[in-house]
Design a protein. Structure first.
Length: 221
């Protein structure tokens, strides 16, 4: 006999059913309770009594396949949405970093001129007779130590590389993590070398943006 169930046809193994009923009868007689009630549901639960036929198994397999395919499709779509959002956020942070780099670069002429003026004034206070050639050499060395052109160039290069990476379609988590480390290193150097308050503030703002980017990169593939 094949009773119908929600998932399809179910098949009762008649031989297994007979064996179970016979075993139940023996047990009840041994327990001296020959009239004890045994429900049909309890009998059906016995392994091997009730089984799905081949057609139902195929239907179940097909249903599982459909669910898996739908889940996989949704997962891929979710990852694509996540990737698009990540690219948008990192792009915004890159734009912020570029603006800060431009602001620091724009202040360099004024910073250098102010440093030169302060040095000249200080030297004039210390001595009336001075070797101007030696002064120019010392001044050049000092300005070189204070010069942040290289840091700004490297920051610009790293930002451009971040943009290139996020515009590609390949997994980029490790590459972006490395770039975040490089950006943070340059921002720290810029902050330590800067003798200008506004430039120092810009360097701090850079580090804030870089940290935000680093956290977002953890979600990259």
């Amino acid at each position: 006999r094949r009773p119908q169930a929600a998932g399809g046809a179910l098949e009762i193994d008649a031989q297994a059913l007979e064996r179970v009923l016979a075993a139940v009868h023996v047990v009840m007689r041994a327990l001296r309770e020959p009239g004890a009630a045994v429900s049909a549901l309890e009998v059906l639960r016995w392994p091997g009594v009730l089984r799905e036929d081949g057609a139902t198994g195929e239907q179940l397999l097909a249903a599982v396949g459909e669910v898996f395919a739908a889940t996989l499709t949704e997962l891929v779509a979710a990852r694509e949405r996540e990737g698009a959002r990540l690219r948008e956020l990192l792009g915004q942070r890159c734009a912020g970093l570029e603006a800060l780099v431009a602001a620091v670069r724009a202040r360099l002429p004024e910073v250098r001129a102010r440093a030169r003026t302060r040095l000249n004034e200080r030297v004039a206070e210390l001595t009336a007779s001075i070797d101007h050639e030696r002064l120019e050499q010392e001044l050049a060395l000092l300005l070189q130590r204070l010069d942040v052109d290289e840091e700004l160039e490297r920051l610009t290069g790293h930002i451009a590389e971040v943009r290139r990476v996020i515009s590609g379609g390949e997994p980029a988590g490790r590459r972006l993590d490395f770039l975040m480390q490089e950006l943070n290193r340059e921002a720290n150097t810029l902050s330590s070398k800067s003798q200008d308050l506004e430039a120092t503030r810009s360097a701090v703002d850079m580090k804030v943006l870089i940290e935000q980017m680093r956290e977002q990169v953890q979600n990259a593939e």
